[in-house]
Design a protein around this ligand. Structure first.
Ligand SMILES: [Zn+2]
Length: 454
């Protein structure tokens, strides 16, 4: 669910760090051609040495490029070549810009890390060109187990989810049929998820299966990609294949770091205009820069700046529904772009008429603005008969990982994840419900499954 999809001018996916040339055929002694070694962005290591610059506050792309001798004309050319692909106006503070210098002291190549998993390559060697690519990611399946201490977020973090905690929390909040205000100290969870890392940084975490015990009741949720495409979004179902998700996400910001600062209401006292006006949205106050996500699949029909709305995006989902996201500090999509549910489309800000950083979330039904919290939202489609077999097979493969305690199973059972040989096996281990917070770190089942398409 992470990552907005860039419209790629040219997709430049690095498939191997080292490109080896095929040895020459023929008899007699042959001289193998030396391998051309390339870095992760495909740049020949021998021809360039690079300098890494960490982007500082208030720096612009042109101010940085100028220090490397790039001319004004070239900067204008790169800005128009990369328009819509790279946000030149606001660079990501703290992210990297790599400058590649050749033996003659000329610096014709720059790589800017637009997101942890994506980059833009500016090439001034011939004609000015901009390439956008994704970094190869390492995919690992992980399991975290624990019980609720204070909040779901805190408990997942304590259980070892680390940087994946935010993403897992927001997924669990939307796929479990539980009110997260009613969690109890003895509630326990097992979450199996796939973590994607690039360059040591977590770029995504996708939940595969969940077992959640709440008030003594067990809830199982399994992820399944309905279309067999690598980039199809994960959807969630109960054991019977009924959809757990609604067509719309309840909240348009990522992470549980928001509060509702103003609800949809007719005639509210407006804090800026100092008079009573209709407030046709729900305001989610969140720290400046918090990712704003598309609440459902759709097409971007507005992405720009207008007076009171500030920087805003409007998405058309189908003939009935559309949503709007106002006061962004940064827009990360452009008009006409297709987005999936959960894609990051912008960042929280306070552009336009706003007293502080928040996103004003607007919801249209048949052209009228309505309060989505008052609507009976449609559920997503259940597993269809022709998908049932694949769904069950996948759920059955994940089920053995959903033990609250991996040692708490019969070692004769082939599904038992950790057969334990020896006499020192504890006869019975405390269930997490009776010893909260201690089981999380202990055992993680992990398997590295590098996937070609990333
Ligand atoms: Zn508002």
């Amino acid at each position: 669910m992470l990552g907005y999809r860039l419209r790629l001018l040219l997709c430049f996916v690095i498939t191997a760090a080292v490109v080896l040339q095929a040895p020459e055929l023929g008899d007699g002694p042959t001289l193998a051609k030396p391998a051309v070694e390339r870095d992760r962005y495909g740049i020949e290591k021998e021809r360039y040495h690079h300098f890494t610059h960490e982007i500082q506050k208030n720096e612009t792309l042109s101010s940085i490029l100028r220090t490397f001798g790039v001319t004004h004309t070239q900067i204008n050319q790169v800005s128009s070549a990369g328009a819509g692909l790279v946000n030149f106006q606001s660079l990501r503070v703290g992210s990297e810009l790599l400058a590649y210098t050749n033996a003659a002291g000329v610096t014709p190549l720059f790589v800017y890390r637009t997101t942890p998993g994506e980059y833009a390559l500016f090439d001034f060697r011939d004609t000015v060109a901009v390439y956008v690519g994704q970094l190869q990611e390492k995919v690992t399946t992980k399991t975290v187990r624990g019980s609720i201490s204070q909040s779901l977020y805190r408990s997942l973090d304590e259980a070892g989810a680390d940087e994946a905690t935010g993403g897992l929390t927001s997924t669990l909040e939307r796929i479990l049929p539980i009110s997260f205000y009613s969690l109890q100290p003895n509630d326990s969870f097992v979450v199996v998820y796939q973590e994607r890392r690039s360059d040591g940084l977590v770029t995504g975490a996708e939940v595969l299966a969940v077992r959640f015990q709440h008030s003594g009741e067990d809830y199982f949720v399994f992820g399944f990609k309905r279309e067999n495409a690598p980039h199809a979004s994960m959807e969630y179902y109960d054991e019977q294949g009924a959809a757990m998700q609604h067509q719309f996400l309840p909240v348009p910001v990522q992470y549980a770091r928001y509060r509702i600062s103003s609800r949809f209401q007719r005639r509210r006292f407006h804090p800026v205009y100092k008079r009573h006006m209709d407030h046709l949205g729900t305001d989610y106050a969140a720290p400046h820069g918090t990712p704003i996500i598309a609440t459902a699949d759709g097409t971007v029909i507005e992405a720009g700046r207008t007076g009171g709305n500030g920087k805003w995006v409007k998405i058309k989902h189908n003939d009935t529904y559309a949503t709007g996201y106002l006061h962004m500090s940064e827009i990360l999509v452009k008009r006409g772009q297709r987005v999936r549910q959960g894609d990051i489309i912008g960042r929280v800000g306070s552009t336009g008429v706003a007293t502080g950083p928040h996103v004003c979330y607007r919801f249209w039904k048949s052209g009228h603005q309505v309060d989505p919290t008052k609507l009976n939202m449609p559920r997503a489609t259940p597993i269809q008969p022709h998908e049932k077999e694949a769904f069950i097979a996948q759920a059955d493969a994940l089920r053995p990982k959903l033990w609250f305690d991996p040692l708490d199973c019969n070692e004769a059972d082939p599904d038992c994840p950790l057969p334990y040989a020896g006499t020192d096996r504890p006869l019975s281990l405390p269930h997490p419900a009776t010893s909260p917070g201690t089981d999380g770190h202990r055992l993680l089942s992990q398997s590295a499954t590098p996937q070609g398409e990333f």
